[in-house]
Design a binder for this molecule. Structure first.
Ligand code: ARG
Length: 544
């Protein structure tokens, strides 16, 4: 498939000798794309920019794709794509099973660490964001032909299991009969006793040692806690329609045996040093060292993440590591990456990216909590959205709200705004898709056939076609930058352009070639909307 923006850039660059920096035009009268090459060349040569622009326009060979190039303002060059070319490209999108998404030239293996909730605790809003965002990355990377390997780094190991197991034994509970909410209540009770009873705290500590030593009864109860938690997580994943399966589970516990190996390796090579009884690595630019093993001999979160990097690079052969975790953990990952680079666990040709995200706030813009002041669970958010809309629409509302503003920003969980079918929302995009579908269904019922886009006389239809030609490029940008809001913004623009097109260009009420061409344009748009929504993890219902 012809990629218009890259072809245009290449032709400009062949003559100008510098990066075209092609930008979509800001106004229709400036054409479709604009480049400032002439201004930059004039700047370095001292010649008048408009003169440089006029000269370039005479030499750039684009007659087969564009209307005659124009010089504008201080020396911009405006490009307007010929409508027959737009028609051809939009038809290619319609015919292409990939809707114009291009396959990566060098497919990579990308590990995406996301969701990662903790055993015996319900998933909270932070896990909601991580799950939605990570799932979108996995979908986009796979669509580009990369191998995306999700890793659900659940918190299934650590000191908390000492108190949990002791509490279960004291209460003579059958842990396998708990559900996730019950396990969480147990967690609270155990935690309260840990704080109030020295004797309990001592037993909890001893229990951690037994867990690590592989004591059979301790391990059995620990496994029961994991099983009931996983059942709860999986129920939520099913409800959220995400890709994660049990095959993606790679909890902290699987690295257990590697932890002393990592510590010894770092110590032997002089990368880690003993400081106040703890084994630590001092990382350049920070006075807080990374703790590999604490003074009591325990390995924690940092050492586990180092072992995980060795596994992901060494065993999974990843070329790129992506971590979707809330902003407060940014420092932790900066430290882990620095230590892993220094130790060679993370070679220079393997990228490691921390993708943080902001908090979900209440509709009032304040910290989100229940009336009782406790953290809001993910399931209660889904329940709330489903009070306002059917499940597929409620889910679209939540996912879109999560992905459509910059990930770093906090956003307000304002259900009424999120589920609206007007404005920049998930349901609006679903509606645009369903409406295109309705028109096409009607045409089919009336026996009207269509196949390619041939006539694009009206600016409103040209604009839709132009946007369709950009889909592939937008998906590439999301894969490279991991910024899903770019895809959301694009789809919103496309849906809006489609609605202007309906207003200005009759579809079923026109005749002949024009009608067939407009129907094909609707079909191509429906296809791109469905494909784009799918990349966001959002269903595109046929009817709404
Ligand atoms: N379980 C952690 C939490 O809930 C998130 C884990 C993120 N991934 C990782 N490799 N550390 O905060």
């Amino acid at each position: 498939m012809l990629s218009l923006p890259s072809e245009l850039s290449a032709r400009v660059e062949a003559v100008a000798g510098i990066d075209a920096e092609l930008r979509p035009a800001t106004r229709p009268q400036f054409g479709h794309y604009q480049t400032n090459v002439a201004l930059r060349l004039a700047n370095s040569s001292g010649r008048p920019p408009r003169e440089v622009a006029a000269e370039l326009v005479g030499r750039i060979d684009l007659a087969d794709l564009c209307e005659p190039l124009e010089v504008a303002g201080p020396g911009f060059i405006n490009l307007r794509i010929r409508s027959d070319v737009l028609a051809r490209v939009a038809s290619e999108v319609l015919a292409d099973p990939r809707a114009g998404i291009s396959l990566a030239e060098t497919p990579a293996t990308v590990v995406v660490d996301y969701s990662s909730p903790n055993v015996a605790k319900q998933m909270h809003v932070g896990h909601l964001r991580s799950t939605i965002i990570g799932d979108c990355f996995t979908r986009v990377l796979r669509a580009q032909g990369h191998t995306a390997i999700p890793q659900n780094h659940i918190g299934d190991w650590g000191r908390q299991f000492g108190m949990l197991v002791e509490e279960i034994l004291d209460e003579q509970l059958d842990a396998s009969a708990l559900d996730l909410a019950g396990a969480e209540a147990l967690y609270q009770r155990a935690n309260a006793r840990l704080k109030s009873s020295e004797e309990f705290a001592d037993r909890a500590r001893e229990r951690v040692v037994k867990l690590q030593a592989g004591d059979a009864e301790t391990r059995r109860i620990w496994q029961q806690l994991i099983d009931v938690s996983l059942a709860g997580f999986n129920a939520t994943y099913a409800r959220m329609n995400v890709l994660l399966t049990d095959a993606d589970l790679a909890g902290e516990s699987i690295y257990n045996a590697d932890l002393p190996v990592v510590a010894a390796d770092l110590e032997d090579r002089g990368i880690a040093v003993v400081d106040d009884g703890a084994l630590v690595v001092f990382v350049e630019g920070s006075t807080t060292p990374a703790i590999i093993r604490n003074a009591a001999g325990g390995y924690g979160y940092t050492c586990t993440d180092l072992a995980a990097i060795r596994h992901r690079v060494g065993d999974l052969a990843a070329n790129r590591l992506v971590y979707v975790v809330g902003n407060p953990q940014e420092f932790h990952f900066a430290q882990v990456f620095a230590v892993a680079r220094r130790a060679g666990y993370l070679p220079d040709d393997v990228a490691a990216e921390f993708v943080g995200f902001g908090q979900v706030l209440g509709a009032d813009g304040k910290k989100f909590s229940t009336r009782e002041g406790t953290a809001v669970t993910l399931n209660s958010l889904l329940d709330e959205a489903e009070e306002h809309a059917a499940p597929a629409i409620a889910l679209a509302a939540i996912k879109y709200a999560d992905l459509s503003s910059g990930l770093q920003k906090d956003y307000s969980f304002d259900v009424e705004r999120m589920v609206a079918t007007t404005g920049d929302t998930g349901p609006y995009l679903q509606y645009a898709h369903a409406r295109a579908n309705q028109i096409l269904r009607k045409a089919e019922a009336e026996g009207i056939s269509y196949d390619t886009i041939t006539v694009l006389a009206e600016p409103a239809e040209q604009n839709v076609a132009l946007l369709l030609s950009r889909f592939g490029e937008v998906v590439d940008a999301v894969g490279a930058t991991l910024q899903p809001h770019r895809l959301c913004g694009y789809l919103y623009e496309l849906a809006s352009a489609l609605s202007v097109f309906y207003e200005q260009c009759p579809v079923l009420k026109s005749d002949g070639d024009v009608r067939a061409s407009r129907l094909a344009l609707c079909a191509a748009t429906r296809k791109v909307l469905a494909s784009g929504l799918d990349l966001l993890g959002i269903e595109a219902p046929e009817r709404m």
